[in-house]
Design a protein around this ligand. Structure first.
Ligand SMILES: Cc1ncc(COP(=O)(O)O)c(C=O)c1O
Length: 401
């Protein structure tokens, strides 16, 4: 497989192999129990966290707090809110008011809280599939029913089919959960598409929760637009979810945000959070505040260059296997790979990937209708591991060459 010469920034290190086994890493320490992949030489390529260290400015913030040595109750979320405001303006051209921000224990938590607040048990909740599997899981766990509206695959792209979605609605829906940029397809939505979704929500009187956690992984030539920028006229029903968790690999801090311009929606969620005694956590806030800064931005840019190289290396390897196709990514570090051209059953593909290649990806069927023949591979790791994964996959499907 050809080595790639995509530049990475020398002052930041994405190439040192860090052994995460035995560190309580859910990505690595479940290889055997969750995937039947040997811990010894297996490759964890499923859940969306990264294998490299976070930005030096973020580590420094933790060090400063550790040096202080006191981790008691704390107050003054001003710097945290200002850092978020700065990041949204600088990186996403989105002007937000700091009053709009509420903090959750990560976005999985924010999704579950949204479902439980803005729908009732038994309600259908609208999602567009294939999509981040936890949407449907959270909807089911809170006693609601996922109403799965398939995206239409058109070659390498997924397209919205709002007419089809409209025909599936029962009239009982109160909530739509949207993913932008889209996990797992790595699709970025245009302003026109975002407006169409917001209008669909308005037409059907749905609260629109837009999960934008992958918004910092945008590749050259692509433009990400926040829902609130594309459709400000529907702000009275829009709730945006953001976090530094993916961007800076700090998901273990369990810190994410609702950004809610509408005072009625916001005070409802604030009431829910207060009633359950949710409080933001000290290190999550300190780390995010440090991350959303010029130093953090420089690290993210270097990370993006590294990821571009990883994506190119991985795609070159898997696309050389007859019948296997990795969809081009406009965003995210999650390769969405279609094995349908191999003519094999999903079980056989799964056996080869887990048992022969010794790789644990996210199984495509979990992402709902449209994911049946796919697997999702997390490429946020060292280049060496990505190349190793490509080689192993080529060997596992060598009989197709
Ligand atoms: C689209 C999407 N939303 C939410 C999450 C979960 O975010 P958090 O780690 O902040 O709970 C993920 C994690 O993979 C994700 O891909």
């Amino acid at each position: 497989m050809a080595e790639l010469s995509v530049a990475t920034t020398p002052e930041f290190d994405f190439e040192t192999e860090i052994d995460r086994r035995g560190t309580h890493s859910s990505k690595w320490d479940t290889l055997e129990s969750g995937f039947g992949v040997p811990l010894e030489d297996g490759l964890a390529m499923w859940t969306a966290d990264s294998d490299y260290r976070t930005a030096p400015c973020v580590i420094d913030a933790v060090r400063a707090q550790a040096d202080h040595g006191v981790f008691g109750y704390f107050t003054d979320f001003g710097p945290y809110h200002s850092a978020i405001q700065w990041w949204m303006r600088e990186r996403h051209g989105w002007e937000i008011d700091t009053d709009w921000i509420l903090t959750s224990q990560g976005l999985g938590n924010a999704i579950a809280l949204s479902v439980s607040l803005w729908s009732d048990p038994g309600d259908p909740v609208v999602i567009f599939t294939p999509v981040y599997h936890e949407f449907a899981i959270k909807i089911r766990k809170t006693g609601r029913v996922p109403l799965e509206c398939p995206l239409r695959r058109d070659g390498d792209r997924y397209e919205l089919d709002l007419e089809d979605a409209q025909s599936r609605l029962t009239g009982q829906e109160k909530l739509l959960i949207w993913c932008s940029p889209q996990n797992p397809s790595g699709r970025i939505w245009s302003a026109e598409e975002l407006r169409a979704v917001a209008e669909f929500a308005a037409r059907n009187d749905l609260i629109l929760v837009s999960d934008e956690v992958h918004h910092d992984f945008i590749y050259p030539g692509q433009k990400f637009i926040p829902m609130d920028v594309a459709a400000p006229e529907h702000r009275d029903r829009t709730v945006t979810l953001t976090a530094a968790s993916k961007t800076f690999n700090i998901a273990g801090m369990k810190t994410g945000n609702f950004i809610i311009p509408d005072p009625t929606l916001r005070s409802a969620m604030q009431g829910r959070l207060r009633s359950m005694d949710y409080t933001p956590n000290l290190l999550g806030l300190k780390m995010t505040t440090a991350a959303y800064s010029p130093a953090g931005a420089a690290w993210v840019d270097a990370q993006l260059a590294h990821l571009q190289g990883n994506i190119a290396a991985f795609d070159a390897a898997v696309n050389a296997i007859p019948g296997v196709h990795s969809l081009p990514l406009a965003a995210t570090y999650l390769a969405w790979v279609d094995f349908s051209g191999t003519g094999m059953t999903y079980e056989e593909v799964d056996r080869r990937v887990r048992k022969e290649a010794r790789i644990a990806p996210s199984p495509g069927p979990g992402f709902g209708p449209g994911g049946e023949t796919f697997m999702r591979f997390n490429l946020a790791t060292t280049r060496a591991r990505v190349i190793e994964a490509g080689n192993r996959l080529q060997q596992a499907f060598a009989d197709l060459q």
